[in-house]
Write a protein that binds this ligand. Sequence first.
Ligand code: ZN
Length: 259
Amino acid sequence: MRKFIYVLSLLVVVSFVLVACGPQNSGQVDKGQSNQSHRETSRDKDKKAVVRHTVVIDPGHQEAPMNELEPIGPGASQSKPMLSSGTAGVVTGVTEYQLNLDVSLKLRDELEARGYRVVMIREDNHCPISNKGRAEIANQYTDGIFLRIHANGDSNSSTSGMLTMCPASDNPYTPDIVRDSRRLSQLILVQMLSSTGAADKGLIETNNMSGINWCRIPVSIIEMGFMSNPHEDRLMQTQEYQAKIVEGIANGVDKYFEI
Ligand SMILES: [Zn+2]
């Protein structure tokens, strides 16, 4: 009997505590949540220039090439290896896939800070996805753009500078994105040249890049510089220069979405 009274008392006390504190606590939680969501809404309004566009970033290559062939575009008779090995720094010895990743991760952070939704094709050096496969991932983001980050190599070690690539006006595989890809590539090139002071190697039109030809959203290949040039190879390994490249690309993306 004493045990029963003890349990009953305990239940009464517990019930009292629940009644006394329950609603008050949940009220505070509700109030806190609504304040928080209100603050987030206000912050979103402050970022009105950015409408949360999606930027898909492909850090070019990976640690191993993929030598099997794939068509260079939908319906193409010509084929190319699924993924080439890329180049490497003539002085530093750093691989292109590593440099591409390093800059791409910084670009991701910068674009996210500017309010964009960023999708990374890879965030480490193991990504056995072909150029076609990477474009097909990007195509899932129909409102987005696709940036393919690369560095260049040339047999002449004095060659230096930046270029961007877009589909040519007569590209048979992807006519719907020619105009926007050209505008995107042009804006990024101009902004990168401005932020880095690099030599202008121009806007290159191409019809034989699988990662462009399989793409259905605006796309640009960004060649940051020549790893075959000793000066540019060293420069591209500095934090300062990488930050300038990133700033230029992000400014180009901002300008693309401004219109
Ligand atoms: Zn490359």
